[in-house]
Write a protein that binds this ligand. Structure first.
Ligand code: NAD
Length: 495
């Protein structure tokens, strides 16, 4: 049970443990009746059990989604008819915002206000794609001589999704909204470390009257449920968000079945800070960025490249600011940073700090385990800063914790080379009052997203994707993402 007083709806939800799968509009236990635990990362205690989907359950979900695609009328509805259901779902998410936010905060460990943002973002994404679906051309004439020709756009069929634990509900919104608005049916495998909000969504799907089988949810472990979904021959599209290691496995499975795939993978984002910035403001924004969600953000600013002229003052300011970050349990209204998601993740972050130091990095701000009163069993760490050689392991690899690695540069070209030596290509930022320079540098950084005087910027309508080790397949959040969920057909008649 939760280590703090939760609201009555959340208590009632958790009391349904073991929580069930949602397949074809029905809740059901896993065929083999196995379960896994849900841990509160702030308290280190068990919150509930969830049924663990096996390959047979995943198969049932895919079959239900296939039936719904063919028979429920969903795929054939006009976009405005589907829009009625999807807006209703967005309404219900908003009406249940407090409950959902509490569930998310409890499950992931994030401050309640941050969880609330994630829940609202889900609805905003759903509404964005629902509206966009009204305005795209499903039949486009093609002007060619001596033929009458057109492009017709159809939904693919069953779209499968595997999500990570860092932003479970927000990312589910980014993923499934365009697929559903385009008329596909979906099967979702949430992360085993944070499945609760996605399971709560199932009841809102039912309440919204969305036809049975259009949205199916199969919680379970990655190597079993996730792998079974990715290799299922009955899916028509796959979308995976998570680590590059698992992304490769998903790509292999989809390659074998020739199923188109989107991969949104990890990153090692850099911030390039020129010498004309307001140091206090830049430090404040970068501190917020690297400690957001306790650093468990794929695109966050983990390598801080600071111009040598301001380096010492910048570092001094950053040490002070990072020490001020308020660490606390999700119900602490002043907290900016919660725990890490699991003991495994805590070992990973502390391990990188150790390995970084062993390879010669200086601990500019030591970091290490943190203590939160009354929550001794939680997975708490302090923000940390290392400095040293760009070849240091802590500078090259994704840590996924509140750790920044400081590098000094003198010339613009040197900064570009330092950023672009990373095999990742997700997101970087440039900080300067000289907007011509900032724009020039931003365009030369090899990554799918470059931000200017800000970090972690997401706007519906602006594509968010990764290149190289950070992903492939067109990304999310852009208008083209909706088109990605529609297959194209040309229809031609010689004249
Ligand atoms: P992960 O790759 O370990 O797990 C992600 C999901 O894949 C989980 O649902 C997990 O159960 C499943 N999975 C694990 N093994 C599997 C297998 N063999 N077959 C099929 N599915 C399997 O990643 P994580 O630790 O949950 O998340 C952290 C990673 O996600 C980081 O690398 C982070 O950068 C990345 N991420 C990327 C984005 C983005 O938009 N680019 C967003 C969030 C997180």
């Amino acid at each position: 049970m939760p280590a703090t007083k939760t609201s009555i709806p959340v208590e009632a939800f958790l009391a349904e443990s073991p929580l069930q799968l949602f397949i074809g509009g029905q809740w059901r236990p896993a065929e083999k009746k196995q379960t896994f635990e849900v841990i509160d990362p702030g308290a280190g205690t068990r919150l509930a059990h969830i049924y663990d989907s096996g390959a047979e359950d995943v198969d049932a979900a895919v079959q239900a989604a296939r039936r719904a695609f063919r028979q429920s009328g969903w795929a054939a509805m006009r976009p405005n008819e589907r829009g009625v259901y999807l807006h209703r779902l967005a309404d219900l998410v908003e009406q249940n915002r407090d409950t959902l936010a509490e569930i998310e905060a409890l499950d992931v460990g994030k401050p309640l206000a941050h969880a609330r943002f994630d829940i609202e973002n889900f609805s905003a994404t759903m509404r964005y794609y629902t509206e966009l679906a009204l305005h795209i051309a499903y039949r486009d004439p093609i002007a060619v001589p001596r033929h009458e020709a057109r492009t017709v756009r159809h939904p693919y069929g069953v779209c499968a999704f595997i999500f990570p634990w860092n932003f479970p509900f927000l990312l589910a919104g980014w993923g499934i909204s365009p697929a559903l608005a385009a008329g596909n049916t979906v099967v979702v495998k949430p992360a085993e470390d944070a499945s609760l909000s996605t399971l709560y969504l199932a009841r809102l799907v039912k309440e919204a009257g969305i036809p049975d089988g259009v949205i199916n949810i199969v919680p379970g472990l990655g190597e079993t449920a996730g792998a079974a979904l990715a290799r299922h021959p009955g899916i028509n599209r796959m979308s995976f968000t998570g680590s590059p290691e698992v992304g490769r496995l998903i790509g292999e499975s989809c390659g074998r079945n020739l199923v188109p795939v989107k991969l949104e993978l990890g990153g090692k984002g850099a911030a390039v800070v020129f010498d004309d910035v307001d140091i206090d403001q830049t430090v404040d924004r970068l501190t917020r960025a690297v400690t957001l969600n306790t650093g468990q953000v794929c695109c966050t600013a983990t390598r801080w490249l600071v111009h040598e002229r301001i380096y010492d003052r910048f570092v001094e300011t950053a040490i002070r600011r990072m020490q001020q970050v308020r660490i606390g349990y999700w119900d602490d209204p002043e907290a900016h940073m919660g725990p890490l998601i699991s003991r495994k993740q805590m070992d990973r972050v502390l391990g990188y700090l150790e390995k970084g130091k062993q390879q010669g990095a200086a601990a500019v701000l030591e970091g290490g385990p943190a203590a939160v009163a009354g929550k001794e069993q939680g997975f708490w760490v302090k923000p940390a800063m290392l400095a040293g050689d760009p070849e240091n392991i802590a500078c090259r690899e994704e840590i996924f914790g509140p750790v920044s690695f400081l590098l000094k540069f003198k010339e613009e070209q040197e900064a570009l080379e330092l950023v672009n030596r990373s095999p990742y290509g997700l997101a970087n930022s440039v900080w300067s009052q000289d907007l011509a320079r900032a724009g020039r540098v931003a365009e030369q950084l090899v990554a799918a997203n470059s931000w200017i005087n800000a970090h972690n910027v997401f706007v519906h309508g602006v594509p968010y994707a990764g290149v190289n080790l950070s992903g492939l397949g067109g990304g999310v959040l852009g208008p083209n993402t909706l088109l990605d969920y529609l297959r194209e057909q040309s229809v031609v008649r010689p004249l």
